[in-house]
Write a protein that binds this ligand. Structure first.
Ligand SMILES: C[S@@+](CC[C@H](N)C(=O)[O-])C[C@H]1O[C@@H](n2cnc3c(N)ncnc32)[C@H](O)[C@@H]1O
Length: 339
């Protein structure tokens, strides 16, 4: 019988991760200098990209070669660079499928907070928390439109799943922590019967309001401003969406928010929660585990949670039939019903 030989331990991964901060910064520089946008018209040399963007040839050569190594660009023998299917689909800023919005915040908003990580680990407290209205409103005002595309597909999939076409009368949707309004907008687009109440801080509601107008939905949107645990949610809603909010609220506030949401729904109403979920044993997925560190540096008590944890909070809050819905977003949605 052959004996398995253990692979030798090497420092290769450590060398690789020593530069772990580089790929998002390189992607951001390429997005900001419109590298993917100009290559969308066809293959180009570094000199041609420089001419089209105004950026230096030395700078572009360095980042474009790194992007070839990272497989976001390809290069032929004549030095012509092209988009890959992935970058053509998701990194061209003029396309509605653009997913580089988050990346655009790397140098200005994300990395500066992460630079405090040593200190934050020592104290367990962020240097400045985005879950507080002042800095939070300012940050989210700039941020929410950039993450619209991340949730638009999942929100449309939720609308298909809920299928309001056969509904009689109005369908009332409560879009909590609405931000760009992506969840309410997709649900409103799915049926003329849908009316949306969007809740967010008063510094962010103007963004929600202007997006609803852009989509021609102003007449079907109303707004409630304020902290989620204080704002008036109204009552008798058929659907409540909580898009990417529990992670910054932390456990205690999330439990209160779910209870308050349950009270605001009609019997038979559905709650839909979008989160970056982690497995119950917190061994993966790595994005969810890293996002918990992002919540450590950015919030007072936030984190990432498992389906099982959120399911338990939903049951405690009075919901039943907790289930997940695959929508091809970062994680499946969690749905539950008010009995
Ligand atoms: C990550 S964004 C998500 C926006 C949108 N739901 C989505 O899925 O794209 C979080 C939103 O919650 C709002 N928010 C965060 N904490 C809040 C609080 N305590 N009270 C009211 N709004 C809050 C922010 O202003 C921001 O618009």
């Amino acid at each position: 019988m052959a004996t398995a030989v253990a692979a030798p331990v090497t420092p290769e991964r450590i060398f690789q991760f020593a530069w772990g901060y580089a790929p998002p910064l390189i992607l951001e520089a390429a997005i900001r200098h419109r590298v993917f946008d100009v290559l969308d018209s066809g293959p180009m040399t570094v000199a041609e990209v420089s001419q089209a963007t105004g950026a230096s040839e030395r700078g572009l050569a360095a980042i474009m070669n790194a992007l070839v190594g990272l497989e976001f660009l390809s290069k032929d023998g004549e030095g012509n660079y092209s988009l890959t299917p992935e970058s053509a689909a998701f990194l061209v800023s003029t396309k509605p499928s653009f997913q580089g919005g988050l990346i655009r915040h790397t140098s200005e908003h994300l990395v500066p907070k992460w630079l405090n990580l040593n200190e934050v680990v020592a104290t367990g407290k962020p240097v400045e928390a985005v879950n507080q209205q002042g800095p939070g409103s300012e940050f989210f005002h700039k941020f929410v439109n950039d993450i619209f595309p991340m949730s638009y597909g999942p929100a449309k999939a939720l609308a298909d799943h809920l299928d309001f076409n056969g509904a009689e009368g109005a369908v009332s949707v409560l879009d909590l922590a609405a931000g760009s309004g992506v969840w309410g907008i997709a649900l409103a687009q799915s049926s003329p019967r849908v009316r949306v109440t969007a809740v967010d801080w008063n510094g962010v509601i103007p963004i929600t309001r202007s997006n609803a107008a852009k989509f021609g939905l102003s007449e079907r949107f109303s707004f409630a401003e304020g902290d989620l645990l204080e704002a008036d949610f109204g009552s008798g809603h058929d659907v409540a969406t909580l898009g990417h909010i529990l992670h910054s609220e932390g456990v205690e506030r999330s439990k209160k928010l779910l209870k308050k949401t349950c009270n605001a729904l009609a019997s038979g109403g559905t709650i839909a929660i979008a989160e970056f979920l982690v497995n119950a044993d917190r061994r993966g997925p790595v994005n969810g585990l890293i996002f918990a560190v992002n919540m450590l540096v950015n919030t007072d008590t936030g984190g990432t949670y498992s389906f099982e944890e959120i399911a338990e909070w939903l049951s405690e809050a009075g919901f039943s039939q907790v289930r997940s819905l695959e929508t091809h977003g970062p994680s499946p949605l969690i749905l539950a019903t008010k009995p």
